[in-house]
Design a protein around this ligand. Structure first.
Ligand code: 4SX
Ligand code: FE2
Ligand code: CA
Length: 333
């Protein structure tokens, strides 16, 4: 296909449907430390301390817990048009949204159901927001600095890799079998390990949102606070050190079961000849560098995604199941 792909800058925001906004506010604002930029009766618009645009997370009241859409920012207004042509040519459902028709704070945008079945928005225009970088007085909870990445469950990892490669994404790391079967991949546009990663599993589903802190002590303090409040059941996996990405991490589940990863200290990938680092699926350090087991729920549970009309999209089962590979780091199989 010769239709140019839109020039994506970065993973920019996600909109989640939550069933109880007050509980969601407790988790995302009070506990994680997201800043409320704007709110109305139906939704909260949140950002981290380092973010200079209107929001990186929208929590809207919904009937069921689901992903409404993920969104990528593109370089110019023309790239919004490019996104429309690119996905139309692929035969995907495509919708134009004029400023005011879509998400508050966002200008003209294109929404698509991408070839992997995910609801994805592309936009250029977004309201600016007041600089909070040195408002230490406002920091609390995990002191989230910014959105880092989306992790999505899809049954066909090579297809996901090919689609994002066609969109101009680089690949920082993979998990592969002995015959180089692809179990997982981490792909980026911004100069970090990833903007999007793929977890093998029934899909399309959202596996998690990755949100960044500056330092590991903020992650440890966040875990301590959940313990002190007898809310330790929100902690699913970690804290630990990833093999893939080298990031320090903690996975939490919000009151609706949406998974979030608090993530810090990955590395720079911006040189144009940056090479992919390949992990063998039998290496016990790949998902936890200290060899700690990965809990089964982490592989199996994820958030359904919505179509344009707000209905959950059907899922397809996976062929390659990484959690069944071995007894080892994952303690399964
Ligand atoms: O579990 S992995 O070490 O493969 C991993 C998972 C690495 C980076 C991530 O952001 C992640 O969610
Ligand atoms: Fe992640
Ligand atoms: Ca637990």
């Amino acid at each position: 296909m010769n239709i140019p792909a839109p020039d994506v800058i970065r993973s920019a925001y996600a909109q989640l449907a939550v069933t109880d906004l007050a509980q969601a506010r407790w988790f995302w604002v009070d506990m994680l430390g997201f800043h409320v930029q704007y709110e109305d009766r139906h939704a909260l618009y949140l950002r981290g301390t380092d973010e200079l645009t209107h929001h990186s997370l929208v929590l809207r009241q919904g009937e069921i817990a689901a992903l409404d859409h993920i969104a990528y920012r593109v370089r110019t207004p023309d790239d919004v048009e490019r996104a429309e042509r690119f996905f139309t040519e692929l035969g995907c459902p495509v919708r134009r949204l004029k400023a005011g028709q879509g998400t508050h704070g966002i200008g003209d945008a294109v929404r698509v159901i991408d070839p992997l079945g995910f609801p994805v928005e592309f936009f250029y225009e977004i309201e600016r927001a007041e600089r909070l970088i040195q408002r230490y007085d406002l920091r609390h909870g995990a002191e989230i600095a910014r959105l880092d990445h989306f992790n999505i469950c899809t049954p066909d990892i090579p297809a996901a890799y090919q689609h994002y490669k066609a969109m101009g994404f680089g690949c920082s790391e993979t998990i592969e079998g002995d015959e180089h079967e692809l179990y997982a991949a981490w792909m980026y546009r911004k100069q970090t390990v990833h903007d999007v990663a793929f977890t093998g599993g029934a899909g399309p589903r959202l596996h998690h949102l990755g949100v960044a802190t500056h330092e590991s002590h903020q992650i440890l303090r966040c875990a301590d606070i959940f313990g002190s409040l007898r809310k330790e059941h929100h902690i699913e996996r970690g804290p630990g050190r990833h093999g893939v990405s080298n990031a320090f991490y903690l996975y939490l589940r919000d009151p609706d079961g949406h998974r979030v990863e608090i993530y810090t200290s990955d590395y720079y990938t911006g040189d144009p000849d940056h090479e992919t680092y390949r992990w063998n699926v039998h290496d016990d350090r790949r998902r936890d560098f200290w060899g700690n087991a990965v809990i089964e729920s982490w592989y199996k549970e994820a958030t359904p995604v919505l179509d344009f009309d707000g209905h959950p999209r059907p899922v397809t089962d996976t062929l390659l199941d990484e959690s069944a590979v071995q007894v080892g780091a994952d303690g399964l199989g």
